[in-house]
Design a protein around this ligand. Sequence first.
Ligand SMILES: CC(C)(COP(=O)(O)OP(=O)(O)OC[C@H]1O[C@@H](n2cnc3c(N)ncnc32)[C@H](O)[C@@H]1OP(=O)(O)O)[C@@H](O)C(=O)NCCC(=O)NCCS
Length: 160
Amino acid sequence: MTCHIRKMLPGDLPEAMGLLDRWSMAPTPDIANAERSGIEIDHAFVAVDDRGRLVGVGSYLLHSEELAETASLAVSPEVKGLGIGARLQVARLQEMLERGIRRVRTETDRPETIDWYLRKFGYRIVGSNPKKHAFSLPDVDCWTVLELDLVAWARSRDKG
Ligand SMILES: CC(C)(COP(=O)(O)OP(=O)(O)OC[C@H]1O[C@@H](n2cnc3c(N)ncnc32)[C@H](O)[C@@H]1OP(=O)(O)O)[C@@H](O)C(=O)NCCC(=O)NCCS
């Protein structure tokens, strides 16, 4: 299967929300103090397959001139393991770097996803955070907080 990565458009929102919902990760604008209340479309990328279906999404939030946080990364279960998640992650990291971001935070709860961030991108674990409400895995009540030195990531990527 071929797919391409592009910036998200407002019209992608319903499909992106549906995809995130399959992982219990859809933003919940109706919940006060929600884990995620929406997707910042200007800071989001999607993966679209050769039939025009949205099969992946990944975004980020800007916290300061130097610090950003990843948000809402997921691929359809049917295309897991094909490298699409990594392409979305690289697209958003590259854009953050171009904006001058130096450090990237990521909160996640799935052990295999934590391992994926550590092994493939060079994150380190910096702590944990209680979940505000049921989101993502129902039986895990806290996030593992990861941090990436974005400049070091870019350097190691450029070295190949
Ligand atoms: C985390 C997630 C986004 C990763 O996306 P993905 O597309 O499945 O991941 P990738 O394919 O890029 O990487 C997974 C593995 O597949 C391998 N792979 C890449 N291309 C491949 C191919 N053509 N065939 C088989 N395997 C392949 C990668 O090398 C990688 O292996 P490794 O981890 O041993 O190095 C995805 O698993 C997901 O949506 N998980 C659930 C939601 C979630 O946890 N989101 C993150 C919240 S912070």
